[in-house]
Design a protein around this ligand. Structure first.
Ligand code: 5GP
Length: 201
């Protein structure tokens, strides 16, 4: 059986780039493809980035218990497809779920076996800078995402591991250690927890 990894982070924390590097370098790790009611961004491909569905289709999947978890994130619905995950885990593939904090809490509640990782941005200011630089979202959307970020950071302590993404290579190594070797040196996690407290204070 493969293992299920749940990775959450405020948008702009660099989660996607870290996950993409892991996927490129390890054959036995795949990303869970969620269903969403959000429209595709430029370059996003149906069935590769998401299954893009209508509100009606999403609700019908929900009614048929197709999701392990689903949540409203930044005004759109997102959900992790149970069958998609089960099929891959059975094949021995490790799966990463890139989901928000609400989704993580629902997976915890569902008592699905998983290992959770929260990626911490260096600071809220840096987060704003990264979102602006990414240029994917309007100012309004960035405002919502920053507000949500502060809320999400409060839950970081509930995850199994916290990884600070100040230095990409170091953050990458830490995630590889957790996913491939199943551990992160204890003192490193303590350091990350301390940084988190500083960000929140
Ligand atoms: P984006 O719209 O930028 O692709 O994703 C926005 C947020 O939705 C991210 O924080 C991402 O982790 C979260 N997300 C993506 N898929 C799912 C899902 O299936 N369930 C939940 N709960 N959140 C998701």
């Amino acid at each position: 059986m493969g293992k299920l990894f749940v990775i959450s982070a405020p948008s702009g924390a660099g989660k996607s780039s870290l996950i993409q590097s892991i996927l490129k370098n390890f054959d036995n790790v795949e990303l869970s493809i969620s269903a969403t009611t959000r429209s595709p961004r430029e370059g996003e491909i149906e069935g590769q980035h998401y299954f893009f569905v209508t509100e009606e289709e999403f609700n019908s999947l929900k009614d048929n218990n197709a999701f392990i978890e689903s949540a409203f994130v930044h005004n759109y619905q997102y959900g992790t497809l149970q069958k998609y995950i089960d099929d891959r885990l059975k094949k021995g593939i490790n799966i990463i779920c890139d989901i928000d904090v609400q989704g993580f809490k629902l997976i915890q509640k569902a008592r699905v076996d998983h290992i959770s990782i929260f990626i911490i941005p260096p600071s809220i200011k840096e987060l704003e800078k990264r979102l602006l630089k990414r240029g994917l979202d309007s100012e309004n959307v960035i405002g919502t995402r920053l507000k949500n970020a502060k809320e999400e950071l409060k839950y970081a302590d509930e995850f199994d591991y916290r990884v600070l993404n100040d230095n990409f290579d170091q953050a990458y190594e830490e995630i590889v250690n957790i996913i491939i070797n199943g551990k992160l040196p204890k003192n490193e996690d303590k350091i990350n927890s301390k940084i988190l407290k500083d960000i929140l204070s």
